[in-house]
Design a protein around this ligand. Structure first.
Ligand SMILES: NC(=O)c1ccc[n+]([C@@H]2O[C@H](COP(=O)([O-])OP(=O)(O)OC[C@H]3O[C@@H](n4cnc5c(N)ncnc54)[C@H](OP(=O)(O)O)[C@@H]3O)[C@@H](O)[C@H]2O)c1
Length: 241
């Protein structure tokens, strides 16, 4: 695998977001810029071009967008469409025009959530509006061949809730354990599932916080809740060895 040359500049969109801030803290080696929305607005082509032309990046890691609260993607679809679909399409068009490698952070929720163990070639069927908006973003990124889509399942350290689902399976990993691994993948193309071991949220959290309480996603969110968005991460494991 080609490893990133430390003098190749990277721009991370959504510089004040959770992912970007952890990467900023963990990075000691690479030339990475973290512009805020004010100076790099993904809904303002001119602001992006101005910043890119001044800073001449080789890569853009695209994290800007709208994720939480999840119900905002039902209650305010304009924001969801603008930030996750239109914004991502704007970033893709600029990367294509200026020949910049694009890395897009997507989500495991694009998979159907039924049987789990989804590989990069599995069919997608987003489990909620948030996931549809992220898949909408993917649709533009995939058209640009100098790109990489990372479907992930990350969470904050420490885990923010007092209870964790015993019956919802995913590939949670803490931001701190993931951000530098993404830099290792930066020269890859296509789609890669990234995250930790497939397990219930409760089992993941219990290792770090033995006092975490159990909760049933089915009881809390209803019988129709899709319970298994776990991904097959073999490709990722092989690449970061
Ligand atoms: N956290 C997760 O569990 C998770 C899991 C899988 C994938 N992802 C994806 O990973 C990416 C990063 O997640 P995160 O947790 O770091 O998200 P986050 O904390 O919500 O950060 C997103 C950032 O984007 C900024 N932003 C919003 N509109 C913008 C615009 N028009 N132009 C430029 N910046 C804008 C936000 O700024 P303001 O706050 O000022 O609006 C915020 O700083 C997201 O695309 C998310 O969908 C997250």
């Amino acid at each position: 695998m080609t490893i990133l040359n430390s003098n190749k500049r990277i721009i991370v969109t959504g510089g004040n977001g959770r992912f970007a801030q952890v990467l900023k803290k963990e990075n000691k080696k690479f030339d990475i810029l973290f512009p805020s929305k004010k100076i790099f607005n993904i809904l303002n082509i001119n602001s992006m071009k101005k910043y890119i032309k001044k800073n001449k990046p080789k890569y853009i890691i695209h994290c800007a967008g709208l994720s939480r609260p999840m119900n905002i993607h039902n209650n305010d679809i304009n924001q969801s469409i603008d930030k996750n679909i239109v914004g991502t399409a704007n970033v893709t068009k600029i990367c294509s025009e200026l020949h910049i490698k694009l890395i897009y952070i997507s989500t495991c929720y694009v998979y159907p959530g039924l049987s789990g163990n989804y590989s990069e070639n599995s069919s997608v069927k987003p489990i909620n509006n948030y996931a549809w908006s992220k898949l909408g973003g993917e649709c533009s990124v995939i058209l640009y061949k100098n790109s990489l889509i990372l479907r992930t399942s990350v969470t904050e350290k420490p885990f923010i809730h007092k209870k964790a689902f015993i019956d919802f399976k995913t590939n949670f990993i803490f931001h701190e354990d993931l951000v530098l691994k993404i830099i290792k993948l930066i020269n890859q193309k296509g789609i890669i599932n990234i995250g930790g071991k497939s397990q219930s949220v409760y089992n993941f959290v219990k290792k770090y916080n033995p006092k975490i309480k159990k909760q049933s996603a089915k009881k809390m969110l209803g019988k129709k809740t899709l319970m298994n968005v776990s991904m097959n991460i073999n490709k990722f494991k092989k690449l970061i060895k």
